[in-house]
Design a protein around this ligand. Structure first.
Ligand SMILES: [Zn+2]
Length: 483
């Protein structure tokens, strides 16, 4: 049950958004998730290896968006609880850790875990969490083992499932006695500063990784998800040891301390959009990446703000690959017009963003419909390798200066398939405008001559003066001063 909730996002999160046709149910989970490099993939492998009788009530992953519909959340909980009530030896849960429910719990995962422990107070539960989890006491107090991803972009999902799952198996066999400790620190870090290969985040993640030896079974350093306005949003650490509470506390404190000491390095500062595009224009050889990070659907963005493309066109950039823009209305118009037709459309800007006081602003563009596809492609990796992606009906609009991938559904540009599946070779572009903030890196950074971060408009902006925080605990850095 995976969702990263941006409480400032206007994008709805119904049941259907948790998979191509909603979540996978029952045996569908096994066929859809076996062999994937995800925590569930790892859990299924462990169950197989142990020759366990394995029940898979549900599996659903939605892109980050606004708070989850109450009905959808309750359906997840009901499906999982219904199986647990029948009785089982252990539960493996692949959760995100930053789920907020609309008119419901602000800590979706914690409440689910509490429900399971209410059914059976001693039920062994292993949980894998995203590095962006906002870990809460309710989560930690209601399961046996938590392990979090140590990489962002996330390329160790499978390994995280393996770690949490295998500790629980050893516990079931009586060979380990997991003791878990959690601690947070008042830092609301910027997602753009959570790249685990750089700076303070690298040190934070490495500190956890290095701690995992001897009786320290699992150590996780969480960056947290700052755009979920809940009490426990922000950075934290969870440590699981073999029966040694003091060791767990010491290790946890040590990890947390590395974050607090370097707190300034978790804060992102933007340059104005005009200057960013100007510097991109000076680069002679492409593809140059224009990273439109304020409107990233992998953090809850509407994926339809047009400010970066508009500025790029204003300044005369050309041969730009853009994508994807989510605009089902334009997809419909262009599909009706057909391949080869010349169209004039108001692209993007379909959703208003009341939480940041912005209206949707479409961009008027004329061009030729170059391609129409069903939007399906198989990810070549290295993230989500082998999974089939569904962009919905997808159209390429070719204008004089840009080839724009327009989709029916939200789609993070995390794989080359976003372009190659619609006949665009991204390596042949001078500029690639990607509505992304981090997931583009493993695939697109190696082919790029430079990377320019563009501060457009959107609900994933790193300008926190735009967001009115009401629930997060205060004081918290950098919203408040710590002298
Ligand atoms: Zn994440």
């Amino acid at each position: 049950m995976e969702h990263e909730t941006n409480t400032f996002s206007p994008v709805p999160t119904p049941w259907d958004s948790f998979g191509p046709d909603g979540p996978f149910i029952g045996k569908e989970v096994v066929s859809a998730m076996t062999g994937t490099k995800t925590p569930i993939g790892a859990f299924l492998d462990i169950a197989n290896k142990e020759r366990a009788e394995c029940v898979t009530p549900v599996s659903g992953l939605a892109l980050p968006s606004g708070p989850v519909d109450m009905q959808a959340y309750e359906r997840f909980c009901d499906l999982i609880c219904a199986e647990v009530i029948k009785g089982c030896d252990a539960v493996f849960l692949d959760l995100h850790g930053a789920m907020v429910v609309k008119n419901g719990p602000l800590d979706g995962e914690g409440v689910l875990l509490k429900k399971l422990r209410d059914i059976n107070p001693t039920l062994p539960i292993a949980v894998s969490l995203d590095l962006h989890a906002n870990v809460t006491p309710l989560m930690v107090n209601n399961c046996s083992v938590i392990s979090g991803y140590k990489t962002y972009p996330h390329i160790d999902m499978y390994e995280t499932g393996q770690l949490a799952g295998s500790i629980l198996i050893e516990y079931l066999k009586g060979r380990l006695d997991p003791v878990m400790v959690w601690q947070n620190t008042p830092i609301l870090a910027h997602t753009l500063k959570m790249d685990t290969q750089k700076g303070a985040m690298k040190d934070f993640a490495m500190c956890a990784k290095k701690a995992e030896r001897g009786n320290v079974l699992s150590a996780s350093a969480f960056g947290g998800f700052p755009m979920a306005d809940i009490h426990d949003a922000g950075m934290s650490a969870v440590v699981v040891t073999n029966g040694d509470k003091q060791l767990a506390e010491r290790t946890c404190e040590n990890i947390i301390q590395t974050a607090w000491e370097k707190r300034e390095d978790f804060i992102w500062t933007d340059i104005p959009l005009v200057d960013a595009i100007r510097s991109a224009k000076k680069i002679n050889k492409g593809p140059v990446l224009l990273v439109d990070h304020a409107d990233n659907c992998a953090s809850g963005g509407t994926q339809d703000t047009m400010h970066v493309l508009k500025e790029a066109l204003n300044q005369g950039l050309t041969n730009i690959g853009v994508g994807p823009i989510k605009d089902p209305v334009s997809v419909e118009i262009m599909t009706k017009a057909g391949i080869g037709a010349t169209v004039s459309i108001d692209l993007g800007g379909k959703l208003n963003m009341p939480a940041i006081g912005k209206l949707g602003e479409p961009l008027k563009l004329s061009g030729v419909v170059k391609a129409i596809t069903d939007g399906k492609y198989i990810v070549s990796g290295p993230q989500f390798t082998g999974m089939t992606m569904h962009m919905g009906k997808t159209v390429v609009l070719k204008t004089q200066h840009a080839e724009i991938v327009v989709t029916e559904k939200l789609q993070e540009p995390l794989d080359v398939g976003v372009f190659s599946s619609v006949g665009i070779d991204p390596t042949k572009k001078d500029y690639l405008l990607l509505k992304s903030r981090m997931y583009f890196q493993p695939v697109f950074s190696p082919m790029a001559t430079d990377i320019i971060y563009c501060n457009g408009v959107g609900v994933t902006s790193s300008d926190w003066t735009l967001f009115k925080y009401q629930n997060v605990r205060r004081p918290i850095y950098p919203l408040d001063r710590f002298d």
